[in-house]
Design a protein around this ligand. Structure first.
Ligand SMILES: Cc1cc2nc3c(=O)[nH]c(=O)nc-3n(C[C@H](O)[C@H](O)[C@H](O)COP(=O)(O)O)c2cc1C
Length: 342
């Protein structure tokens, strides 16, 4: 596999430049090098009313503007999530805003929803050729006051509806001030009610039901998770993605980057995400499928998330450290898991 050699070169570049170079290379790479995970023996998974050819997806944030669907959709994943996209374009935080913690197999980012805006993303979605399922992850602009956040999510829902296979409501990024407050209490209730009512309207108008998922932080306690689950059930949400990045720095104390502000992802996140998945599964009792994300660096991590209650999984940091091979590894492991007598 050529990725370890390519990674050595990429890791000589500043992380954000390496990111752009890698995605451009992915778009141009021959399919035989990429479609590592496209295994016809993979077991399809039904969730959120959709049929996923396999349970492995690319998490949001890797392709914020749907600029790289050509490459990502040839990886053999079951699905790709693009965004987070906001109603208006915005530059995100000042650079540097992405840091590699190599020894810890981790990243810290405070990108701040840098993206070209929803109109651009929808144009890009119109050019997609692959049948790979694509979710659109929506967020709020930095300049929109928190009290008006629902307006931005509504614009996201309405604009994304016709193009998306599913829509993710991102209220768990640590890099937009106050955003995580939307995960709780009355604010969550009002947001979910608004989105659900409008989803019903759109479903009727467009004669197509697009599933809605909500993405959660790994930093909530058991009580908060339980309240969150009850509201998801009450408002007929179709899926929950667990998790986004963490504010914790446990396991990275030795890194020179540990004090950087932002969200931590990769290996130090595995257990936190898994605990969140387990708590969600306990409360949801199978009523809403869980998409496990966070610290999946190998097949064992993915299987662990599934055994904790995830139906599907997503990767981001693992993909940066391991490349396309990680997709194949996880798909193969889930095939073996399904073959094991129960
Ligand atoms: C550089 C970077 C940018 C990200 N941007 C987003 C984003 O825009 N929206 C989102 O929902 N999650 C975003 N994430 C979070 C990932 O989707 C994922 O939830 C998190 O990194 C945990 O998974 P991992 O440990 O496999 O990386 C981002 C993560 C990283 C590292």
């Amino acid at each position: 596999m050529i990725y370890p050699a390519l990674r050595r070169l990429l890791f000589c570049l500043p992380p954000e430049i390496a990111h752009e170079v890698a995605l451009a290379a992915l778009d141009r790479a021959p399919t035989r090098l990429l479609s590592a995970g496209a295994d016809s023996s993979a077991t399809p998974v039904s969730a959120m009313g959709l049929r996923f050819p396999n349970p492995v997806g690319i998490a949001a944030g890797l392709d914020k503007n749907a600029d790289h669907l050509a490459g990502l959709c040839r990886l053999g994943c079951g699905f790709v999530e693009v965004g987070t996209v906001t109603p208006k374009p915005q530059p995100g935080n000042d650079k540097p805003r992405l840091f590699r913690l190599e020894k810890e197999l981790a990243l810290i980012n405070r990108m701040g929803f840098n993206n070209k805006g929803i109109d651009y993303l929808i144009e890009r979605m119109a050019t997609r050729k692959s049948t790979t399922l694509v979710g659109i992850n929506i967020g709020k602009n930095l300049t929109t006051a928190l009290e008006r956040a629902n307006d931005d999510y509504l614009i996201g829902l309405q604009r994304a509806y016709a193009s998306a296979d599913y829509i993710t409501v991102n209220i768990s990024s640590p890099n937009t001030p106050g955003l995580r407050k939307l995960q709780l209490g009355e604010q969550l209730e009002t947001l979910l009610k608004l989105l659900q009512e409008n989803r019903d309207k759109l479903a009727q108008e467009q004669e197509r039901q697009v599933p809605l998922a909500v993405k959660i932080a790994p930093d909530m306690n058991e009580d908060e998770i339980n309240q969150f689950c009850d509201l998801l059930i009450k408002h007929r949400i179709d899926g929950v993605i667990a998790t986004n990045t963490t504010l914790s720095r446990a396991g990275t104390e030795q890194s020179r980057h540990t004090a950087q502000a932002g969200g931590l992802s990769g290996a130090p996140l595995t257990d936190l995400s898994r605990n969140t998945i387990r708590s969600l599964a306990n409360r949801l009792q199978g009523e809403i499928p869980i998409i496990g994300c966070g610290g999946i660096m190998n097949a064992e991590d993915a299987i662990g998330h599934m055994q904790a209650g995830a139906t599907l999984v997503q990767i981001y940091s693992g993909f940066i450290y391991r490349g396309p091979q990680l997709v194949r590894e996880i798909v193969d492991a889930t095939i073996s898991l399904n073959r094991q007598p129960s």
